[in-house]
Design a protein around this ligand. Structure first.
Ligand SMILES: NC(=O)c1ccc[n+]([C@@H]2O[C@H](COP(=O)([O-])OP(=O)(O)OC[C@H]3O[C@@H](n4cnc5c(N)ncnc54)[C@H](O)[C@@H]3O)[C@@H](O)[C@H]2O)c1
Length: 249
């Protein structure tokens, strides 16, 4: 494992109780930083933080609710020496696997609320702090689905396309500051999120990966953690591939 330098810095990782978020938080702690895990499942987040040791904290936060996020920013600053150096937006849900014409409208709205509006709210609430402190890194977890549009996953794909576009907009808005905003577009990685998908959909995603295997949490965490460091300096509003060869753009 390469040594990354996140020494003395503090990151917020949404959806940090499990899966990619937890793997990213672990890599940031292993790189010398501290983290606060924001997750809807406060109990799981507390257990996850405890497993990372004294440099990890946990808060129960629903990213789709602005008051919940605003409260979490204040609580995080209070225990993190008034700094949020990095924000990793990993909280997300898949929604049902079905065609557009069968897609329940409420389920569509819920996916958008968490994956896109929730991510927007977290950026909106954290950016003023990063601007005030004069430095920051934001990494949004989009998906290859947002580039290509997976069949039977329209809300998920559309929400992730929105994340890519929001990343580009915010990256440009902050380009004249020391804040960098980027996103990654992973192909499938076996985490608890698979429990929300049909077997047929999981097989479809695997069939599209030229490497013929799923990604690993550590592989995603390595790139995301690097994007949180000072070494990520001349990239902003960019989309980084993590798809085992699936994406050709
Ligand atoms: N695993 C994959 O195959 C894959 C591929 C591409 C992109 N992604 C994206 O990566 C991110 C993480 O996925 P994962 O595989 O770790 O999933 P996961 O289900 O293991 O973890 C998601 C976490 O987000 C939390 N969460 C859900 N809704 C929330 C809300 N409203 N507020 C706060 N927390 C909330 C959950 O409690 C959970 O801890 C998601 O955005 C997902 O879309 C995953």
């Amino acid at each position: 494992m390469n040594q990354l330098d996140f020494q003395g810095r503090h990151a917020v990782v949404t959806g940090g109780a499990t899966g990619l978020g937890f793997g990213i938080a672990k890599r940031l702690v292993d790189s010398g930083g501290s983290v606060t895990l924001w997750d809807r499942d406060g109990e799981a987040a507390a257990k996850a933080a405890a497993s990372l040791g004294e440099k990890a904290f946990a808060l129960a936060v629903d990213v789709s609710q602005q008051p919940s996020v605003a409260k979490a920013v204040a609580a995080t600053l209070a225990h993190a020496n008034q700094r949020i150096d990095a924000l990793v937006n990993s909280a997300g849900i898949t929604g049902p696997n079905t065609t557009v014409w069968d897609y329940p409208v409420d389920a569509w709205r819920q996916v958008m609320d968490v994956n896109l509006t929730g991510l927007f709210i977290c950026c909106r609430e954290v950016v003023p702090q990063m601007r005030a402190q004069g430095w920051g890194r934001i990494v949004n977890i989009a998906s290859v689905a947002g580039k290509e549009g997976n069949p039977n996953a329209s809300a998920y794909s559309a929400s992730k396309a929105g994340v890519i576009a929001l990343t580009k907009s915010l990256g440009k808005e902050l380009a004249d500051t020391n804040i960098r905003v980027n996103c990654v577009t992973p192909a499938a990685v076996k985490t608890a999120i698979f429990d929300q998908m049909t077997e047929q959909h999981i097989a479809y995603m695997l069939s599209k990966i030229p490497m013929g295997r799923f990604g690993q949490v550590e592989e995603i965490a390595a790139m995301v953690a690097w994007l949180c460091t000072e070494d990520c300096a001349f990239s902003t509003g960019a989309t980084f591939d993590l798809s085992g060869g699936r994406s050709t753009y």
